[in-house]
Ligand binder design. Structure first.
Ligand code: HEM
Length: 452
């Protein structure tokens, strides 16, 4: 573990204090856990390997299958159990005996409390209370109610036309190119435009928000290094400063968007500033950090399975089911964590109170008991929608309807506009473990024209 930092560039006492606080937050939230996970991974602990072993980044599914072989429902040592079957994973995510443990359920309670005391508004991330992902009912129910009406089927349908228009505009910009990086030019820009509309983020700030969101998303990974954490904290600082200015602007000029409505709730004293920031930061980040992976992974899968693409061309009504199948076979969120609040049982195994259990979503999505021939990518699979890519229970993804529509509109429009699109070269994966998807996908947009 790196040593606690000194004053850094500034050299004054304030920056020494800031740096020490940053280091302490990292050490508590990630540093100690990272040491333990690496140690466990070296000793062959499969769950720890899935979380930190750099050797399995290309294909974590190998390890998930080893976990299943050791399970079959719940596997792993006493300290790091994980659910791998579909039934046990769903049971874990829905059980009232489990909760999210302040977003750091893996930490012993005294360390968790200390971490919360060291948190501050300027750097609070998506896994810090009062983010929806880090709180349990009744607090969770209150926040969730404030935003869920913006994501009903009817509310989501209102975004379709705009989504379609943005997709076409982005692809218009590629008309004169023969090659592109699909993530940079399309997969990342479509979701950020959609969520920015929803939150009233002005057009000129969207690329900044995208860059900060990419760095802030690193905090979802339990094995975060000191260097990555510093980058993530700097991004979160920028995001919170941006949210502050944005709130002031919307207070003066409210728009017809979720954020303006939340600011009004804040001003009715129903929401504190910290709560408002937490909701906005999470919705903003969750809105594009995952959907970019759905679109990128979907494009690569379809490129590698041209027969499935041909089927979609013949029967475009299959697109929504194709999105379910992409989410099943390569979920953008690979796993999540729950903490036992009581002595309980999952998949027939007893779990003592205080145990953190990993829900291996990506493994559950390939459970052969539920999905026959689970490694086959089949856009006609009739029960593909039974995947757990959006979790289950209290924290079931509030944006799932929006994400499904974005995936379907985004991928369909891409392949309709560029029917000969091909992935050229090896797409590069992101470094993150909890979020999985591509950082870069080199593509040729049209078949080369041969003369003569
Ligand atoms: C393919 C895209 C997406 C995937 C795979 C995804 C996945 C997930 C998952 C797995 C969770 C629950 C984590 C847990 O149980 O610990 C979650 C929660 C959440 N997602 Fe999504 N998400 C996606 C898109 C979106 C979008 C577009 C939005 C917003 C516009 C969004 C907003 C949220 C929020 C606010 C939560 C917290 C819900 C709660 O804790 O009650 N997500 N998402």
């Amino acid at each position: 573990m790196p040593e606690a930092p000194d004053a850094g560039d500034g050299g004054d006492m304030k920056s020494v204090k800031e740096n020490v606080l940053t280091w302490l937050r990292w050490a508590l939230a990630y540093g100690f856990g990272r040491l333990i996970l690496r140690w466990e991974a070296r000793r062959g602990n499969l769950v720890a390997r899935a979380l930190v072993d750099p050797g399995i980044q290309d294909d974590p599914y190998r390890v998930y299958e080893e976990v299943r072989a050791a399970g079959p429902d719940v596997a792993g040592k006493a300290l790091t159990p994980a659910t791998i079957s579909h039934a046990a994973t769903k049971q874990l995510l829905r059980s009232p005996d489990f909760g999210v443990g302040d977003g750091h359920g893996e930490l012993p309670t005294p360390l968790r409390r200390l971490l919360i005391r060291l948190q501050s508004l300027e750097v609070a991330g998506p896994m810090d209370p009062p983010s929806l992902l880090a709180v349990d009912p009744p607090e969770h129910t209150r926040y969730r109610r404030l935003i869920s009406k913006e994501f009903t089927a009817r509310a989501v349908a209102r975004h379709e036309e705009r989504m379609q228009k943005v997709a076409h505009q982005l692809l218009d910009d590629l008309e004169s190119s023969r090659t592109a990086d699909l993530v940079d030019a399309y997969a990342s820009l479509l979701p950020v435009a959609v969520i920015a509309d929803l939150l009233g983020v002005p057009e000129e700030r969207r690329l900044d928000v995208l860059a900060w969101g990419n760095d802030a998303a690193l905090t979802l990974d339990p094995g975060l290094s000191w260097r990555e954490y510093r980058r993530a904290e700097a991004a979160m600082r920028e995001l919170h400063a941006f949210i502050d200015t944005h709130i002031e602007n919307l207070r003066a000029n409210p728009g017809d968007d979720l954020m303006s409505r939340l600011v009004a709730v804040r001003d009715d004293d129903q929401l504190t500033t910290v709560e408002l920031h937490a909701i906005v930061l999470l919705t903003l980040g969750a809105g594009f950090e995952t959907t970019v992976n759905l679109i990128g992974t979907g494009a690569v899968l379809l490129d590698r399975h041209r027969d499935q693409l041909a089927l979609l061309r013949e029967k475009p009504e299959l697109w929504p089911n194709a999105v379910e199948e992409i989410l099943r076979i390569q979920p953008p969120v690979q796993m999540t964590l729950r903490l036992a609040y009581a002595d309980t049982e999952i998949g027939g195994r007893s779990i003592p109170r205080g145990t953190a259990v990993t829900a291996m979503i990506a493994g559950a999505n390939r459970d052969p008991q539920v999905f026959p021939d689970p490694t086959r990518f089949d856009v006609t699979r009739s029960n593909a929608h039974e995947h757990l890519a959006f979790s289950s229970g209290e924290h079931y993804c509030v944006g799932s309807g929006l994400a499904r529509l974005e995936g379907s509109v985004g991928l369909r429009t891409l392949f309709e506009r560029f029917p000969d699109l091909r992935v050229t070269g090896e797409p590069r994966l992101r470094d993150t473990r909890i979020l999985r998807g591509y950082e870069s996908i080199p593509v040729e947009l049209r078949a080369p024209v041969h003369s003569g």
